[in-house]
Design a protein around this ligand. Sequence first.
Ligand SMILES: Nc1ncnc2c1ncn2[C@@H]1O[C@H](COP(=O)(O)OP(=O)(O)OP(=O)(O)O)[C@@H](O)[C@H]1O
Length: 270
Amino acid sequence: MSATATIEAHKDSVTPAAQPQAYHIEAKGLNKAFGKVKALEDINFGIRNQEFVSVLGPSGCGKSTLLRIIAGLIPYESGAATVKGEAIHSPRPDIGVVFQTNNMLPWFTVRKNVELGARIRKMPAQARDQAVDKVLEVLSLSKFADAYPHQLSGGMRQRASIGQALVLDPPILLMDEPFGALDALTRDKLNVELLRIWQEHRKTVMLITHSIAEAVFLSDRVLVMADRPGKIIEEVVIDLPRPRDAAATRALPQFGEYVAYLGKIMGVTS
Ligand SMILES: Nc1ncnc2c1ncn2[C@@H]1O[C@H](COP(=O)(O)OP(=O)(O)OP(=O)(O)O)[C@@H](O)[C@H]1O
């Protein structure tokens, strides 16, 4: 079987109809418009418990809009969006969100920034301190707990904003281009760190990215969107062995085949 045929076969085997199963995150016939702009049209997808799913697509196709709806940050017109079977109307404590531009408050230290969510949720002080210590350790930021955001590198600031999302240990993590503003080397390193965290503390992840290689390296499945109006045009299962190691995984012939296949769907050559 050729590489493309293999990818096609996997794609077919994972359509929601073929594997009826409760989804952690689900959208059915979801529509969203901003005035006359149809940002999303008839969006249908599901993400299973502890599955890592990336969303790829051209600029303006509605990726961020979709993530913001799932995060409960903006409303939608029609269709359904659910988390654990419950309709989404507002932000939930079991969902952590990371954005491209970090939400760090410049006058707070890393520790104070990371503990914000726990304070807002009124977590008792002792449990909060333990949770923050654990998150800082997981993200290799313990030594920088008392530093201020301007004293950190761009990569460290993004790690700290992932910490802000992780402090409540949410089972669901939504990430909107979290590494988009970073240089390629830092981005690669954070991909490896994110994968390590996900492998150790399994979460249901929805990652928005512009990087095909990042999506293939990290994901169980990749959803591809197209624009005008924004819709999902393809779903590809990334059947690469786990645990994944940066060098070994990227050296696999299948890795290059997935990257090439997704590039072809998206109309790019690399
Ligand atoms: N608050 C808003 N008001 C009006 N139009 C909006 C708003 N937010 C998004 N849009 C429009 O909806 C469409 C989808 O935008 P969205 O930001 O979701 O795309 P995207 O795929 O995330 O883009 P990018 O990859 O550039 O971040 C675009 O046409 C955008 O201009």
